[in-house]
Design a protein around this ligand. Sequence first.
Ligand SMILES: Nc1ncnc2c1ncn2[C@@H]1O[C@H](COP(=O)(O)OP(=O)(O)OP(=O)(O)O)[C@@H](O)[C@H]1O
Ligand SMILES: [Mg+2]
Length: 228
Amino acid sequence: MDRVMTGIQGLDEMLNGGIPAKRHIAVYGGPGCGKTSLCFEYLYRGAKLGEPGVYVSLEETTDDIVENMGSTFPMINDVKDLMDEKKIEILKPDKLDLEEVAGIIENSITENGVKRAVIDSSTMIRMAFKSEIEYRQTLFEFLSLLRGLDCTSLTTVEATTASRDEMKYDIEHFVMDGIINLYNIGKEDRRIRALEIMKMRGTAHSRDLVPFKVTPSGIKVYVGEKVF
Ligand SMILES: Nc1ncnc2c1ncn2[C@@H]1O[C@H](COP(=O)(O)OP(=O)(O)OP(=O)(O)O)[C@@H](O)[C@H]1O
Ligand SMILES: [Mg+2]
């Protein structure tokens, strides 16, 4: 099976080598859990491996993302060069519309040979729908459009809680090919970042809850370590 290495330290090991190619994964987590950082690093590592990527931002502007990621990952300082070389594209659609998002990704594949895509976040789109059923239907249609494209995507989904115990299943948990859950877990007087691969169709993977850190040079997932 073809796999796409995330390039994120520790995560590929948990995934038995990487995300199965052409699958569409949700990165699920509460506010500030690290969704944008993880997805951005996925594109960055891809660009360095020679796989161009497109970041479709539905919330933050391109400048915000470049600025925020520049301060989160100060040691990753060649993002602007990669953008000039079209190895990383960051786009903000005019409309909150999944069909338009799929169109943007398709266009980037044809024009720049994009292999990786990020959609941040689907929650913005979800909020534009009046009913859950309508959103679910549109999400299905969006996924079938994506499945026709030669790219492997991560979509962020905002959880209403950062707590693992209070986590409930959302629509995205059922329809996406894989789910990576990110948490901010309270431990005494501090919070620890942790992640787990809740599902990943087509591959064996770690089912452990493991701690991770956002460091200046990238995310580090501490495989084999315990959160408690
Ligand atoms: N330089 C840094 N070093 C360590 N941690 C940082 C640094 N910069 C940002 N952070 C942490 O990362 C968090 C933001 O991460 P990120 O934006 O990836 O989360 P998110 O899940 O996308 O958040 P949101 O729900 O706001 O979209 C910040 O709240 C902060 O705790
Ligand atoms: Mg974010």
